[in-house]
Design a binder for this molecule. Structure first.
Ligand SMILES: [Zn+2]
Ligand SMILES: [Zn+2]
Length: 675
């Protein structure tokens, strides 16, 4: 019986590296302290929550110096999630403690005063299996896509599969039947969705089909409800977990199936440290559990298409064709609405039905300038222009959240001639309402400004308010007899309104102008996904306004040619040696002065070059990055053949540079697979 517990204290300090040895007292040994147990330990003068990450019979610490934990919490973390956290820390150059924080029960840190183990009675028994509607009849294509998943489940074999099905091809029914098959074999399932509020249908269908055995981790839950779901999963009374990216860490035991719906969605990438990608976490979890990973999308990412076994569903079960897409050349028209777009909207208003208009830019005007002296209003903290939000009467920085009153005169020359440039969703909603809203054809606006809170924030009231706002707006649009929904890319996500007969994408090439190798993939997905929302219940048409009508992403999207786009995109990536044919790791260094950021970047670079293999890797930079939140920034990008070697070299260089005194005050941010 092991007498020493290796405990990783939960602290965010990068410099403090555990685990540390603690003596397991008799009393706790009887309760079966093991890997994954959560302990409250004395640490210096503090009490910290810690996770047991290993056991040993002996310690290098002298007997009389060994401390004992103060107590153990009732439920620990499953062993396999401790291993997963270790993998996340290594893979994303983070610390073990930060990665462990992802797998702890919700509110764990606040439960320091929690009860001892064993205090709780046995979990209530909830029967497994279907409680709601029966499985639907599958088409031949759907059956062909489901069959290999069932086979892999039968053989308890790990497989990475892609379900490449056109929008409306009935992917959810395949997920449901695959999950039922996993449950029948006494294995659990996790279903990841980009954002619960934007995809209520899939949640409803899982709950209808599986009843109480489903735990849904949506953002409107209180901390106590969240913990309750975690506990039900941990104790096995719930076997299916549906949730956003954080659900990749749900304590589902005997995992047999991991589903990632809308796998192309960038919401799967976490922007805090560790900068994990839930799709990769799901892949690693599926691999180690011998489970099936099922990724679904109408517009899969090139890396997924390359690495996964693919099943294609080209036809919708109801036999409806995808709507025709017309590309409207805006080079002659300038900005605003193309005459054909205006006519199509008028037609929807007069004949009945609904329209969705996508403009991926918030606010009223992109930027303001002075007509006399050319002064551009920009953020005092960041090197970017401020966006005018007219209704609120303020200018906002979309990078740091800085706000100031909308100006009436130039701050440099006092001229009152202030020019507004470009249009965002606020302006568009206003213009469309002026053109079309006669009371019977209302304009609904969906963007981050009209629904409170910010996307991707973890938990908390902000997120709940946002979810509430999105859900109620979509419900109002669904209930309306007629109308137009305008908004940012949120309007192109997985929701399903049968009476939408017109879809419009404005400034479709805007995403192409980002200096990013994923720009084409994003543009294609945006246009194709919006097209997929149209004509679900009958006829429909999609109009795409662009000044780049020949762009490959737009041409392929207009033809609904996802396979053709993927093939060409993979060819381009191969030629340029971009992912998935290489690995990218980005290191961003921030400091108060440009010189400090630069010096730290040079130090990281020098150390990295020592650790890299002589071939198969190239290091770009340091290069300056625009100032953000008052911090001067420098960026280094490592392109390498071997992911593990690259992550290790970067991890070592950052750790080494960050722990020295020479670069105090510099912040280090590592992003493996930047998105
Ligand atoms: Zn001026
Ligand atoms: Zn700013």
């Amino acid at each position: 019986m092991a007498s020493i517990a290796l405990v990783q204290p939960m602290t965010t300090a990068r410099a403090l590296r555990g685990p540390f040895d603690y003596r397991i007292p008799e009393e706790l040994r009887e309760h079966g302290v093991g890997v994954g147990s959560m302990l409250v330990v004395p640490f210096g003068r503090r009490e910290l929550l810690g996770v047991v990450v290993g056991l040993s019979d002996r310690s290098d610490v002298a007997e009389d110096k060994l401390l004992a934990p103060l107590r153990a919490l009732e439920l620990g973390v499953p062993v396999e999630l401790v291993a997963l956290a270790e993998w996340v820390a290594r893979e994303y150059c983070s610390t073990f403690a930060r990665a462990l924080a992802l797998v702890l029960p919700p509110g764990a840190a606040r439960r320091l005063s929690g009860r001892r183990r064993g205090a709780r009675s046995a979990a209530e028994h909830v029967p497994l299996g279907g409680t709601g509607p029966d499985a639907l009849e599958l088409t031949a294509e759907q059956r062909a896509a489901l069959e290999p998943v069932l086979e892999a489940l039968r053989d308890a074999r790990h497989e990475r599969r892609l379900l490449h099905g056109v929008t409306g091809s009935g992917k959810t029914e395949i997920y449901l039947q695959a999950a039922a098959a996993a449950l029948a074999r006494d294995r659990g399932a996790i279903v990841l969705v980009p954002e619960i509020a934007l995809t209520p249908q899939i949640v409803t269908r899982f709950v209808e089909r599986f009843g109480d055995t489903v735990a849904v981790l949506h953002s409107r839950l209180t901390a106590a409800q969240r913990y309750e779901h975690w506990r039900r999963l941990r104790e096995g009374s719930a076997r299916v977990c549906v949730g956003p990216r954080s659900a990749a860490f749900a304590p589902v035991s005997a995992l047999g199936l991991l589903i990632v719906d809308e796998e192309h969605d960038s919401a799967y990438k976490h922007e805090g440290d560790p900068r994990y990608d839930a799709r990769e976490v799901a892949a690693e979890r599926a691999r180690s559990a011998g489970a099936v990973l099922l990724l679904g999308s109408a517009t899969p990412r090139p890396e997924t298409a390359l690495r996964a076994l693919t099943s294609v569903i080209a036809r919708r079960p109801d036999g409806r064709a995808l709507p025709p897409v017309r590309v409207l050349d805006m080079r002659e028209v300038g900005t605003g609405l193309h005459p054909e777009t205006e006519q199509a909207l008028a037609q929807v208003r007069s004949e009945g039905g609904k329209a969705i208009v996508l403009l991926n830019r918030r606010g009223w005007s992109n930027f303001l300038s002075c007509r006399s002296c050319g002064n551009v209003w920009s953020c005092p903290q960041c090197d970017v222009a401020l966006v005018l939000h007219r209704a609120g009467g303020y200018l906002a920085c979309h990078h740091c959240g800085h706000r100031e009153s909308a100006p009436t005169a130039c701050s440099v020359c006092a001229s009152t001639a202030v020019a507004r440039h470009g249009a965002g969703t606020e302006r568009l909603a206003h213009d469309l309402a002026a053109l079309f809203d006669d009371g019977a054809f209302p304009v609904f606006r969906l963007d981050a400004d009209v629904v409170a809170g910010s996307p991707g924030a973890a938990g908390g009231g902000h997120d709940a308010a946002r979810a509430e706002g999105v859900a109620s707006l979509l419900a109002r649009f669904a209930k309306a007899d007629q109308g137009v929904l305008i908004g940012t890319q949120m309007v192109a996500k997985g929701h399903d309104f049968p009476d939408v007969r017109l879809g419009v994408v404005l400034d479709a090439d805007a995403t192409l102008r980002f200096p990013d190798f994923r720009a084409e993939e994003r543009t294609f997905a945006l246009v194709a996904q919006l097209a997929g929302r149209v004509g679900r219940g009958g006829e429909g048409v999609v109009l795409v306004q662009t000044i780049a009508p020949q762009a490959r992403a737009i041409v392929h999207a207009a033809r609904h040619d996802s396979a053709g786009f993927l093939a060409a995109e993979l060819e381009r990536r191969r030629a340029l040696s971009y992912p998935p044919f290489s690995q990218l790791v980005r290191v961003v260094l921030g400091a108060d002065s440009a010189a400090d950021a630069r010096a730290a970047a040079m130090a990281v670079r020098a150390r990295m070059l020592e650790g890299l293999p002589p071939s198969g890797a190239s290091l770009l930079g340091p290069a300056p990055l625009f100032r953000l939140r008052g911090r001067e920034r420098q960026v280094l990008v490592l392109k390498a053949d071997d992911r593990r070697l690259a992550a290790a070299a970067v991890g070592d260089a950052v750790q080494h540079t960050a722990s020295g005194r020479a670069h105090a005050g510099v912040t280090f941010s590592v992003d493996v697979d930047p998105q």
